[in-house]
Write a protein that binds this ligand. Structure first.
Ligand SMILES: N[C@@H](CCC(=O)N[C@@H](CS)C(=O)NCC(=O)O)C(=O)O
Length: 205
């Protein structure tokens, strides 16, 4: 299996899951500084020009964070990365979609790449502020879901890997304060050996 990533991109969360699973995989850096995501050979493999992407041993490419995480959880049931009930599965999907489609794509992307949201440079501060507001609301909602639990759904799951990269971005890339309840979650995540291995492999520690 080949895992396509870029250091400190959202692929970090999938990197964590691959390390939790612990089976061999090949890690391939898509160098954004060289625009490698828009060039051959990557663009033919993944015309979306995004990471994460997972190339299975049967040649099938899996893209989109929630789909990759779901695939990894379902194909490695012994690692218990998903709740076992239908209600738990639905709740996991609900959290993943919100964290990726809203908090990442509509929030953080506004801060990292404001020019994608306006053709006018003078508007970029307002775009970034809207991003901060979306992140703020999103992280507060995740803190409510977490409550006094150790992990979002009680037991550790793929949803925690998504929340981890959002928390990590907030603290290391966006200077956004995270709610106190999430500080504990971030510390618990950082204490996991799989998280430490993924951060080290991406040169983030
Ligand atoms: N909807 C995609 C989003 C992936 C995404 O936006 N990845 C970013 C890195 S965090 C990327 O590859 N950006 C490269 C680019 O847009 O040029 C998913 O869920 O995987």
């Amino acid at each position: 299996m080949k895992f396509f990533y870029s250091p400190n991109a959202c692929s970090l969360g999938i990197h964590v899951l691959l390390e939790e699973i612990g089976k061999p995989y090949e890690r391939l850096w898509v160098d954004f500084s060289k625009g490698a995501q828009y060039k051959e050979p990557y663009v033919s493999l993944n015309p979306k020009s995004k990471v994460p992407a997972l190339l299975r041993d049967d040649g099938v490419l899996v893209t989109e964070w929630p789909a990759i995480a779901w695939y990894l959880a379902k194909t490695n049931p012994e690692v218990n990365l998903l709740p076992s009930t239908i209600d738990g599965e639905v709740r996991t999907l609900e959290l993943l979609d919100y964290m990726i489609a809203t908090v990442h794509m509509r929030g953080f992307t506004r801060i990292f790449r404001p020019a994608m949201f306006t053709p006018t440079i003078a508007d970029e501060p307002a775009v970034k502020q809207t991003g901060r507001d979306i992140i703020d609301t999103g992280l507060k909602l995740m803190a409510q879901v977490l409550g006094a639990k150790a992990y979002l759904l009680g037991d550790y799951s793929i949803a925690d890997a998504a929340l981890f990269f959002l928390e990590h971005w907030a603290v290391t890339r966006a200077a956004v304060q995270i709610p106190p309840a999430l500080e504990g979650h971030l510390e618990r995540m950082r204490a996991r050996p799989a998280v430490q291995r993924a951060l080290a492999a991406e040169g983030l520690v």
